[in-house]
Design a protein around this ligand. Structure first.
Ligand code: MLT
Length: 269
């Protein structure tokens, strides 16, 4: 990992390999390590860029709220700092998908294609937004324990906690090790994010939509509907034996879909 000055902060980022840049944007409250199997796999043929978003992982926290727009602007500046000039393939999971909408709104010229994993286009309901703001207060007072417990119930397919126990525990170590100020700022940012449903018909880039078959946070039917709303038909695949963390729970299947999508892009370049 290297640290780069980006706007008013420093971001930790892994930058490995050569070729078309593939930007891997993690979910909440995680870090780049959730992509470990994709990094391992893609680095032979692509330039893989996997940052820790501000306030998460090894990137320091500062602000009280980090809107999705701020995360997106950070990523565009990060690409500048890394000297990436050609458009990148953006791969985002969950909150990484919410940030994708802002990349499309604000920095579309930096993108060549989009992969949306286990995410949604809808904004929070008022109740969900309120729940996030309350959780932000809770973790600032009590530390990451309550959020870790809540995520444990929602992230995984039923059998993953035994089938890939080490990866599951590694994710929960990351969550418990997160600076509560960084997690609270991202929670508040997600609570105020805007709805992206109207953006879907305007994406205009090759798009792959992947969803863990047992994802309870962004269910298959909802993601399939999202894929259908993207003109020209985004490719859609449900990933078996996976919940919200499909890239970790079933890396073989996710990598196969990614590889096929990326190689098709290269052929059409
Ligand atoms: C994530 O994985 O990024 C979170 O589940 C997103 C969310 O809380 O909406």
């Amino acid at each position: 990992m290297q640290r780069l000055q980006v706007a008013d902060t420093q971001l930790a980022v892994l930058d490995q390999g050569q070729g078309v840049p593939v930007l891997l944007v993690h979910g909440f409250p995680l870090d780049h390590s959730m992509w470990k199997y994709q990094i391992e796999h893609l680095v032979a043929s692509f330039r893989v860029i996997a940052p820790d978003l501000r306030g998460l992982g090894q990137s320091p926290a500062a602000a009280e709220v980090v809107p999705m727009e701020r995360f997106a602007d950070d990523l565009a500046l990060l690409l500048d700092a890394l000297g990436v000039q050609e458009p990148a393939v953006y791969v985002g999971l969950s909150m990484g998908g919410y940030i994708a909408w802002e990349m499309l709104r604000r920095h579309r010229e930096r993108l060549r294609a989009v992969v949306l994993c286990d995410t949604k286009a809808q904004a929070d309901t008022p109740e969900a937004a309120q729940g996030r703001r309350q959780m932000a207060e809770t973790i600032l007072r009590q530390g990451m324990g309550p959020l870790d417990a809540a995520m444990r119930e929602k992230l995984w397919a039923a059998r993953s906690t035994t089938r890939c126990e080490e990866d599951v525990e590694a994710v929960h170590r990351v969550i418990r090790g997160t600076d509560p100020r960084g997690a609270a700022a991202a929670l508040r940012g997600m609570a105020q994010r805007s709805d992206a449903t109207e953006l879907l018909p305007t994406i205009g880039l090759p798009t792959l939509v992947l969803c863990g078959q047992q994802d309870v946070l962004s269910p298959v039917e909802q993601m399939e509907q999202m894929a259908r709303a993207i003109p020209g038909g985004a490719r859609f695949a449900a990933v078996p034996e996976a919940g919200h963390m499909a890239p970790l729970e079933n890396p073989r299947e996710v990598n196969a879909h990614l590889e096929q999508f990326l190689h098709c892009l290269e052929q059409t370049a």
